[in-house]
Design a protein around this ligand. Sequence first.
Ligand SMILES: NC(=O)c1ccc[n+]([C@@H]2O[C@H](COP(=O)([O-])OP(=O)(O)OC[C@H]3O[C@@H](n4cnc5c(N)ncnc54)[C@H](O)[C@@H]3O)[C@@H](O)[C@H]2O)c1
Length: 163
Amino acid sequence: MSKRFEGKAVIVTGAAKGIGRAAALAFAREGGSVTIADVDGAAGSALAAEINASGGQAICVAGDIAQASTVQQVVAETVHAFGGVDVLYNNAGVVKYGTVVDMPVEDWDWIIGINLRASFLTCKYAIPEMRKRGGGAIVNTASVQAFASQQTVAAYAASKGGS
Ligand SMILES: NC(=O)c1ccc[n+]([C@@H]2O[C@H](COP(=O)([O-])OP(=O)(O)OC[C@H]3O[C@@H](n4cnc5c(N)ncnc54)[C@H](O)[C@@H]3O)[C@@H](O)[C@H]2O)c1
């Protein structure tokens, strides 16, 4: 039986743990070549090794995806390893709770940086590579908080509303 992502190069951000890890394994099972982009290089590399050991194809690019230089490296290493980019899954996300008054400015910037700015950066650098292959697919993970926010999640809700 043919696999749904055979021949496709897939970038998953925040793939070392949680939903991203499950998605990376699922893409690999379906024949996709997966780039695990995560700040946790140890867990990301272990997952890449697990996928490669089971007959799949994966690399890990470790770094903070809120930084343009990291995202450029993620795209460049994906193209180098797998020939291009077909699928981009903007999964990485973080949350910290606090009222607007109490939240440190650094926490606001950290949450917006990973949950929103990083998705802009990955699209900015991946879309030109997708165009070279005639198209691609992008999935951004939002949250129920984007539609009906609780108290003390202003930064997270704003970031997910923007996703
Ligand atoms: N878990 C839930 O109930 C839930 C509900 C709604 C939405 N979401 C969203 O789903 C996504 C995944 O959630 P999860 O629960 O699997 O998260 P998780 O905390 O289990 O995993 C997040 C991953 O992102 C990585 N990461 C964190 N900062 C990073 C950075 N600067 N650069 C690169 N990687 C970074 C972490 O190392 C980790 O591997 C997030 O966007 C989250 O907001 C989750």
